[in-house]
Structures are given as C-alpha cells and as structure tokens.
Design a protein around this ligand. Structure first.
Ligand SMILES: [Zn+2]
Length: 298
C-alpha cells in the first residue's frame, strides 16, 4: 500500500511538471511571435543579415530589441505565455541572453514549419516582427520569398510572400495575426492578406536597397503599442480549412523544377514552374519549404 501511494504521489508530481499552471491559459493569452530580420528597425544592409557579415553582430542585437518590444506589448495586452520563433536564415540569430526573460525561444532552421514552427491551435494571437516584402516586389527592402530562388509563390491562385503564406497556415490553426512590423511595403503586403492587422512601419523602403530609417525608440514604441492593442483585442476566428491546397512555385532557375519532378505529385507546368496540391495546409507548407530550402542542385 505504501508503495502504491508513493507511486501515486510520484505520478501527481510528474503531472505537475508536465503541465505547469502558466500553460493552462485559463486567465491569460498565449502569444506566438515570429521574428525575421530584414524588416527590423535599423537594419539596412546585406552585411547585417548573415553570419560573417561585418555588421551581423549589431543586427542581431537590433533584432532582439524589436522582438522585446513585441514581447513587452504582448504581456501588457494580457499574454501570460509568449513563444518566440527565430525566423531568419539559419534561425539562430536571437541570443537568449538578449531576449526578454519571460519569453521562450525556438532556435535553429532544421524545422518542419520554419517561420511558424511551434504554432498550434492553443495560441490566441500571432505577431510578425521584422517582415519584408515578397520576391520581385519593386520597392520592398530585401524583397524575397523564402530564399533567393523563388520568383513567385501562389497558394490557391493568390501570389503571397512569407507573411501571406504564414497567414494561410495561421488560418488553418484558427489563430489570428494581430500585428506586423517591417518596412512600409511589407506591412501593406501583410495587410492585404490579413485585414485589420495592426501595422508598425519601422522604416520606409526607397527601393530594394535604400531605406529611410525611423528613430529606433519610436519604431520600438510602435511595435510595442501594436502588439499590446492587437493582443488585447484578439479573438479567435473559426479555423479556415479547405479540402485542398493548390501551390504553384516559379523559380529563378530550371534546375529546381527538374529535381522536384522526382516527387510523383509534382507537375512541372513550365521549365521554371511546378504545381502540386495537398489535403492540408501544414502538409503544403512543409513541401513549399523543402522546395525553396532543401533542394540544392549546384
Ligand atoms: Zn524572410
């Protein structure tokens, strides 16, 4: 008997470890923050956005500051649990020691869902920080989609950038995107996919390279305000689930479609373009990521 009660006691304490009360979500909101780098306040050059660049160290600090502004706003708006996903390049840009200690951090790029890794239907709100315009956008700073190889990405007939693609996945889980920060082109683009989203414009793109930077303190204040108001007002919509997700990807080369033709469900519709469909958005999202990130025909 003693053994049995000890075992029950052990099970109870195990349950307490597995389900900490902060994750219960009864009293507060659970917020997901995806942080890219090109749309961060103060970031303005190629030497900042990849490890090895002369100013990369500076840029990752700037990235943490914008993320922290969003985290502060989220907690002010009623969050009790905040998950940050490093969403840029190798996705190991944010240093945990630079981040608001109240937030958890997902790091490293070897993820199924990339910029949206860790999202599920238990979240109440999503914030995009540091986003940029889609590929071939004539004026967006650092405009691209996924990686440099993509010319255009369409989901169910609509051309989307990273924000628009991530928004479709968010809709699948029924979690609203409540705020976005980036340059003016990126914020407008996400507004086109997510009506009503609060935008924090931290810089004005003059073209793909030149930019007018807002003072850092103002930019961060605006991110914090958008995050706070967005989380405060957030309400979960019904999940948006279609029977089929049709994807069309046009590349800047012919080699990726050639390699991708090895997947039986892939149709090469033009030398630079493939199409496929999937029964769920998470499945479609994974395959999009494989196509732009993990096929290297060189
Ligand atoms: Zn990006």
């Amino acid at each position: 008997m003693r053994n049995v009660s000890l075992r029950i006691l052990a099970m109870l304490s195990f349950a307490a470890i597995v389900f900490p009360p902060s994750l219960a979500g009864a009293q507060g909101k659970k917020v997901y923050i995806s942080v890219d780098m090109e749309g961060i306040a103060g970031v303005n050059g190629d030497d900042q956005t990849s490890p090895g660049g002369a100013e990369y160290g500076r840029a990752r600090k700037l990235m943490a500051e914008d993320a922290n502004a969003a985290i502060r706003g989220a907690f002010e708006g009623g969050a009790t649990d905040v998950l940050v996903n490093d969403s840029h390049g190798g996705q190991r840009n944010l240093l945990p020691e630079d981040l608001d200690p109240r937030a958890r951090l997902i790091s490293h790029t070897f993820k199924r869902y990339g910029m949206m890794e860790g999202l599920d239907e238990t979240f109440d709100a999503i914030i995009f920080v540091g986003y940029h315009a889609k590929a071939d956008s004539p004026r967006g700073l650092f405009a691209h989609t996924g990686s440099g190889v993509v010319r255009d990405l369409q989901v169910n007939g609509k051309s989307v950038g990273e924000g628009g693609l991530n928004a479709v996945l968010a809709g699948w889980f029924g979690v609203p995107i409540v705020a976005v920060s980036g340059d003016d082109v990126a914020v407008d683009e996400v507004k086109g996919s997510v009506p009503g989203v609060r935008g924090a414009v931290v810089k004005r793109a003059i073209n793909m390279r030149a930019v007018e930077l807002r003072p850092l303190a103002d930019a961060r204040k605006e991110i914090q305000n958008a995050a706070r108001e967005g989380v405060q007002a957030s309400a979960k919509p019904a999940r948006e689930r279609l029977n089929r997700y049709q994807v069309r990807m046009q590349f800047r080369n012919f080699t990726i479609p050639e390699v991708a033709s090895a997947f039986s469900e892939m149709t090469v519709v033009a030398p630079d373009t493939v199409e496929f469909s999937r029964a769920s958005m998470p499945e479609a999202y994974r395959l999009v990521r494989v196509l732009y990130r993990y096929i290297n025909p060189d």
